[in-house]
Write a protein that binds this ligand. Structure first.
Ligand code: SF4
Ligand code: SF4
Ligand code: SF4
Length: 354
């Protein structure tokens, strides 16, 4: 079928963007589990397909290169665009996404921690850090997908042998792309799908000249996605407020005594849901373990123990909660009875006076 008949209606009727084509080079080859790529396939607001198929007005044409999602699955065909980008031969600009923790290749005498492709001259693997060194200076924007790439995450726990770190620890927290864009961190283990695609959408609009500089907090997270806590969006907040705590899983009550860190964790999944608006850890019975946070996982362990701050705050709220619950129960009983004038007797007792 010809390209013109395949193009979605939106692309045919919208004004052409300032940048006509753009590449997304997504490297899931750092120390990780590829969970962020897999998670992003569940996005719906927007979906990857919406971005790639031109269903969203005003976007450049987007070419996505990610070996997990690519038909060529990481072969030499797939790598060509990466070599071209690293050597400045790509004609269109590109956004560079890193997934996984960045290993410290300086701390060992031989071998490598993480690599993608082979150097044709030396026959040696091309390390992830070499790719970052070559691609970051040429990229329009650099994005860390998931907590590993953002802050180090699970692989950067105390006692790890790789000395791994987040992208900003590697490039520097004040690093800027040649277009002046700071590193953009989209943490989560894995990343919440729509948070990832929405951030990409923002950057694509920015590249197209249709959005101002992406707003980021000091941890380099998009402010509109990470400005609130889990607790502030949690379905179970009303149980917390009246000190009604779950003591076992399966209860609909607040999970703080089971180890939920929601009151002090920046994450929007309780508002946004996980997939297509559904889910979001505490909403569906899972404690928040702080997987979006720079201090994850060490500062949240041991998981499933009540957070120290939770012990204090849930105790303080305990007395108030007990009284409030009793008063509410009395009022609730009153409100569950119809007014006494609603009856089938022969007299009108509503208080009506003609
Ligand atoms: Fe996997 Fe979590 Fe690391 Fe993403 S952040 S690569 S999901 S371990
Ligand atoms: Fe807050 Fe967690 Fe309780 Fe939800 S379950 S109200 S996030 S402490
Ligand atoms: Fe991670 Fe907590 Fe958000 Fe769940 S609610 S995704 S555990 S930060």
């Amino acid at each position: 079928m010809a390209e013109s008949t395949q193009a979605p209606y939106g692309r045919k009727t919208q004004k052409a963007p300032a940048v006509k084509e753009i590449h997304i080079l997504w490297m899931p080859d750092a120390l990780g589990c590829e969970g962020d790529t897999v998670s992003t396939t569940a996005a719906t607001q927007p979906s990857i397909e919406d971005i790639l198929m031109g269903a969203i007005p005003g976007l450049p044409k987007v070419h996505l290169h990610n070996r997990i999602l690519d038909f060529s699955q990481g072969g030499e065909d797939y790598l060509k665009v990466w070599y071209d980008a690293a050597e400045g031969r790509l004609e269109a600009p590109f956004v560079f996404i890193v997934e996984g923790s960045i290993p410290n290749e300086k701390i060992k005498s031989e071998g490598y921690w993480a690599a993608m492709g082979t150097n044709a001259k030396t026959g040696q693997p091309i390390t992830v850090t070499e790719w970052i060194d070559h691609l970051a200076p040429r990229a329009l924007a650099v994005v860390a997908a998931g907590t590993c790439a953002a802050y180090g995450g699970i692989h950067a726990m105390a006692g790890n042998p790789t000395g791994c770190m987040g992208l900003a620890d590697y490039l520097g927290w004040s690093w800027r792309s040649h277009a002046g864009v700071p590193i953009v961190n989209v943490p989560g283990c894995p990343v919440q799908p729509d948070n990832m695609t929405e951030t990409l959408l923002y950057l694509l609009y920015q590249a197209a000249g249709l959005a101002p500089m992406i707003p980021l907090d000091k941890e380099l997270r998009p402010t509109w996605l990470f400005g609130k806590t889990v607790h502030e969006g949690c379905d179970r907040g009303s149980y917390y407020e009246q000190a009604d705590f779950a003591h076992e899983y399966g209860s609909p009550k607040c999970l703080v005594r089971l180890g939920c860190w929601g009151p002090v964790v920046n994450c929007n999944v309780t508002k946004r849901g996980w997939m297509n608006g559904l889910g979001g850890c505490p909403n569906v019975g899972g404690i928040c373990i702080g997987c979006t946070m720079p201090g994850f996982p060490d500062k949240f362990m041991p998981f499933m123990d009540e957070p120290p701050g939770g012990v204090l705050s849930s105790s303080l709220i305990g007395m108030y909660g007990k009284i409030i619950r009793r008063l509410r129960a009395i009022t609730n009983t009153t409100l569950n009875h119809e007014p006494k004038w609603r009856h089938a007797g022969p007299d009108l007792t509503t208080g009506y006076h003609p």
